[in-house]
Design a protein around this ligand. Structure first.
Ligand code: MV4
Length: 610
């Protein structure tokens, strides 16, 4: 095993990789940009090196700066995480040419699979079904027309260097072929430095299934089952789960074995993901896609993926640890038959975005409250703690909530509980959107496809979810009038009440020292008891208090009742005597804070009248 690994990444995935290192007894090295000086991955690492300014191109993507940091630290391997340099074959080759080890597939395999027509050829020859289309680049609109004649429309024109939905154009009509071809080539050139494009039959409403692969340097390839990533928004995954709610075991096995053959044929090692499209077919509510369903290879992601956690939860296999082990030439110590699927797992990406505003990323903010869920079946991958500033220079994902349970139904119930527990204050997150999905028919039944979010889900439902579960109104920074909202917890007769005070205009309430966010460590809500002078209960209005310690025998009023001075509001037993508790003046009962049988102390507020 290595003695020191540099993690060329940031945030939760950098911490995830370092955690695996810790468990293997490997020392950890972080790199960070100027924007990440105080970030969680830097705190976690044994040592850390600044690799440049906030702009990724000048820091996390700077090959020389990263390799230089690894040299300085004396690291013997570099783990790229996902994103940034993870799928950059040129960088992988540079690392291979040093004395250090690249924790990933060979740069040759990365290149082979990164170029889509090459990958399609390899898969086709290995008997892995590819989407009907070309395995050579296409340059002439006439070729698009010929393809349309043979296979029909629509046709997808895809960039050779593409992936993740960029550089894909759909031709629905022969007359559009020329224009779409040119625009796909332009996008390919702009995004991937490669204007080459190829053709595929376009599947209208597929499911997106991906198979996790682990392979070692000794020819062993295992698949770890599939994940269903059909819930996407503009090609961005938001919820991933495993196993897929739509497949029979036979189809699952067929796709898994296809991925194994493909990895073998591509001389692939380390972790990787084989993406497939599975053609949806009309089916009843509890009908699954069986072994006769058509599935097609799309592409290979030659890295650890964000959603690898789903597979870890249902297989019990630590994929990141195995990445490190196979990179150190160790052999996989389990057979394919040893890989079992235990229950169900769902991952929720916790993004700092406002779902009601077209998922616009939060412009900035502070984790004023950060209180993630826990308990049975709940895994939280993050790199933040309360008081941290939100770093907005990279992506908007701040954490991943991964919920595991014995089956999908229990997993959904547990998810609902965990998402309800999750408290983040300081900016919008997509937690309200997740809570909507948990209650959504299409998602619950597992019949949603890749089109669901972009084309089918009603936006007003998202807005309503944010209204209901999003940050409290009045705390919006864009509100002109200054609104100070203070939440108090008051304890009356041993029962806790949440009281919210809203003050408009200039803030007049002094914030107690140590309260609120911004100060680093965790803060508790300010607990005011009736002893604090009771002012936390209500701003104005008359309070009827207990004049002695005793037990409430009965309550004679309800909230909303009109009372006159001298009316009995409750009967208090004290020292074996029944005492009528009466009002001083009339008004409307706005709060009844006690019930029959409660014991009260002298001075406790019983009823509030305004
Ligand atoms: C397709 C397709 C339908 N037919 N290819 C988009 C991302 C990229 N990895 C491949 N993508 C697609 N390729 C053919 N021939 C539909 C998609 C697609 C999609 C795929 C996976 C997950 C979400 C998607 C959303 C829209 C389109």
């Amino acid at each position: 095993m290595f003695s020191k690994v540099l993690v060329a990444n940031r945030g939760e995935i950098a911490v995830r990789v370092m955690r695996a290192c810790e468990e293997l007894g490997v020392r950890t090295v972080a790199v960070y940009s100027d924007a990440d000086k105080h970030s969680g991955h830097v705190r976690y690492a044994d040592e850390a090196y600044n690799v440049g300014p906030a702009r990724a191109a000048d820091s996390y993507l700077d090959h020389e700066a990263v390799i230089e940091a690894a040299r300085k630290a004396g690291a013997d391997a570099i783990h790229p995480g996902y994103g940034f340099l993870a799928e950059n074959a040129e960088f992988a080759r540079k690392v291979e040419e040093t004395e250090m080890v690249w924790v990933g597939p060979s740069s040759d395999a990365m290149e082979r699979l990164g170029e889509k027509t090459k990958a399609r050829k390899v898969m086709n020859e290995a008997g892995v079904p590819i989407v009907p289309g070309t395995t050579d680049p296409v340059d002439d609109p006439a070729e698009v027309h010929d393809f349309g004649e043979e296979y029909g429309y629509p046709i997808a024109i895809k960039a050779e260097g593409g992936g993740g939905g960029r550089g894909m154009k759909i031709v629905r009509d022969p007359d559009d072929a020329e224009e779409k071809l040119q625009s796909a080539k332009r996008e390919g050139e702009a995004y991937f430095d490669n204007p080459s494009v190829y053709l595929e039959r376009y599947l209208e409403n597929p499911r997106h299934i991906e198979v996790q692969i682990l392979a070692d340097h000794h020819g062993n390839v295992r698949h770890l089952g599939e994940r269903d990533c059909s819930l996407q928004r503009r090609h961005q995954k938001v919820i991933e789960e495993g196993p897929s709610p739509a497949l029979t075991d036979e189809l699952r096995e067929k796709i898994g074995e296809a991925a194994r053959r493909g990895a073998d044929a591509a001389d692939y090692y380390n972790a990787g993901t084989f993406e497939f499209l599975v053609e949806e077919e009309p089916r009843g509510d509890d009908e699954l896609l069986g072994p006769d369903a058509d599935f097609y290879f799309l592409e290979v992601n030659t890295r650890i993926q964000v959603e690898h956690t789903v597979t870890e939860e249902i297989t019990g296999i630590d994929i990141v640890k195995w990445q490190l082990r196979v990179a150190a030439d160790e052999e996989l110590d389990f057979a394919q038959e040893d890989v079992g699927i235990d229950g169900h797992a769902i991952e929720y990406r916790i993004n700092a975005e406002n779902p009601a505003n077209d998922f616009a990323p939060a412009p900035g903010g502070t984790f004023e409250t950060y209180d993630p869920p826990g308990g049975i079946g709940v895994r939280l991958d993050d790199a933040i703690r309360q008081g941290d500033d939100l770093v907005t220079d990279y992506d908007s994902m701040v954490a991943k909530l991964v919920v595991h349970a014995s089956d999908r139904e229990e997993c959904l119930a547990r998810s609902e509980r965990a998402l309800r527990e999750y408290e983040i204050e300081g900016f919008h997150t997509i937690i309200p959107f997740h809570r909507l999905m948990i209650s959504d028919e299409a998602f619950r039944s597992g019949t949603h496809t890749t089109k669901y979010l972009d084309e089918e889900l009603d936006r007003s439902r998202i807005e309503a979810a944010v209204e209901r579960w999003g940050p409290a109104e009045g705390s919006d920074a864009d509100d002109d009038e200054e609104v100070t909202e203070r939440e108090f917890t008051v304890e009356v007769n041993g029962k806790r009440f949440q009281v919210s005070l809203e003050e408009r205009g200039a803030p007049a309430i002094e914030l107690p020292a140590g309260g609120g966010g911004g100060g680093g460590g965790r803060s508790r809500p300010d607990v005011a008891t009736e002893d604090d002078d009771g002012s936390a209960v209500t701003a104005d209005g008359a309070q009827v208090t207990a004049e002695m310690q005793g037990t409430i025998l009965s309550v004679e009023v309800d909230e909303g009742d009109e009372v006159e001075g001298g009316d009995v509001v409750c009967v208090l037993e004290a020292m074996k005597m029944e005492n009528d508790v009466t009002t001083q003046a009339g008004g409307t009962v706005t709060q009844v804070l006690v019930g029959e049988g409660d014991s009260v102390d002298m001075g406790d507020v019983l009823v509030v009248i305004e």
